[in-house]
Design a protein around this ligand. Structure first.
Ligand code: ADP
Ligand code: MG
Length: 363
């Protein structure tokens, strides 16, 4: 099964509106069309899901003008299309991964976490897990939910659910075991029995994040955040216990823009380079996997450079492994971001060629 790719374009923000920003992108069904503002040349891409959330009108090829509210993809629609299948897969015992990619300010955190009442995929899915558990009619079926939350910052892995002063200086080590595969050593796992408990942990994790400010976006995170839910179902029949396990990784990646573009220098530039390292390796992994899936592999065998960055080591299973994976690419609608948006679309285009081999984790 291929990695599913979604694109989501955010509306103009107030500043862009005030500046009279122009659209460089439109969507027609599953087709995303981006137009070079200098040359007027359009380019077409096609993805599994396309979420348009722009004010105003969008023109279809036959000249028909769609009203934006015909197709406005709010948080509910995005959850319905993406979050629900993650839960369905988790219930069947598949590992799942959903990650958000895009430049700073394009809407990654809005999609994954959300703001205020506009809850994103992580809180809504967490809430839904317990709604489903509480509706379970089978008294012999038990559930176990555990969460963990980590950050990769300058290639260092840190646990976000422990106090900042208890962090090991060099960060947590990534280990590999023959039985369980790749894991982060000493990462705290928290058993939870309600959504309220998850919400509290998420709040705690968010306050423990490293936030850097750049000229581009004062609160932009320069780190990758991974929120993991381990979901176990245990069926007790007389004396025998059988079970299914699913690991759900929900990833909010750091901004994909080049360090130079944010006016970064010194420490900030160093951070930019480290972030780019994980993202560059992620790009190489995606490229190598796409090539492998295309059958160009021949006899040589393509080496997938998972081990070259912390991010790709941790996400190894999600990329080309045992996982049902969805990539959400967040897009800015404005012509000023044309180059970055085009590069995100190219990235997304490569990702959809990856084939995974998800299996049910039964015991
Ligand atoms: P990122 O995490 O990619 O840096 P954010 O998710 O923080 O970007 O989004 C930047 C701003 O745009 C936020 O104020 C957010 O509320 C807003 N925004 C992003 N996507 C949407 C959307 N689909 N609908 C409405 N507002 C959005
Ligand atoms: Mg963000």
């Amino acid at each position: 099964m291929s990695v599913k790719v979604a694109v989501r374009v955010r509306p103009f923000n107030t500043r862009e509106k005030d500046l009279g920003a122009q659209l460089c992108i439109k969507m027609d069904g599953q087709t995303t069309i981006i137009t070079d503002p200098k040359t007027g040349n359009p380019r077409d891409f096609s993805f599994d899901y396309s979420f348009w959330s722009h004010d105003g009108f969008t023109e279809r090829e036959d000249g028909y003008l769609l009203r934006a509210d015909d197709r406005y993809a709010d948080q509910q629609i995005v959850y319905h299309e993406l979050g629900e299948q993650v839960l369905n897969n988790a219930w069947e015992g598949y590992n799942c991964c959903l990650f958000a990619y895009g430049q700073t300010g394009s809407g990654k955190s809005y999609s994954m976490v959300g703001y205020g009442a506009n809850k994103g995929i992580i809180p809504v899915s967490s809430e839904e897990i317990f709604i489903r558990i509480n509706q379970n009619p089978n008294p012999n079926l038990m559930f176990e939910v555990m969460v963990s939350m980590l950050e990769i910052y300058n290639e260092k892995v840190q646990d976000l659910l422990i106090p900042v002063n208890q962090r090991p200086q060099g960060g947590l080590k990534i280990r590999e075991s023959k039985v369980t595969g790749v894991f982060v050593e000493n990462l705290s796992k928290h058993p939870v029995s309600s959504y309220a408990e998850i919400e509290k942990l998420m709040e705690k994790g968010n306050t423990n994040r490293s936030i850097g400010s750049t000229q581009m976006n004062a609160t932009s995170s320069r780190a990758h955040t991974i929120f993991t839910i381990e979901f176990k179902q245990i069926l007790i029949n007389n004396d025998t216990k059988t079970g299914k396990v699913s690991v759900i990784n929900l990833v909010d990646l750091a901004g994909s823009e080049k360090a130079g573009q944010t006016g970064a220098t010194g420490e900030r530039l160093k951070e930019g380079c480290a972030i780019n390292k994980s993202l560059v390796v992620l790009g190489s992994v995606i490229e190598a996997l796409a090539e492998k899936s295309s059958g160009k592999d021949n006899k040589k065998g393509i080496v997938i450079p998972y081990r070259d960055s912390a991010l790709t080591r941790i996400l190894q299973n999600a990329l080309g492994g045992n996982s049902k994976t969805v990539m959400v690419c967040a897009l800015s609608p404005a012509t000023v971001n044309y180059e970055e948006t085009l590069s995100t679309l190219r990235y997304a285009d490569r990702a959809k060629k990856i084939k995974n081999h998800a299996v049910v984790n039964e015991s």
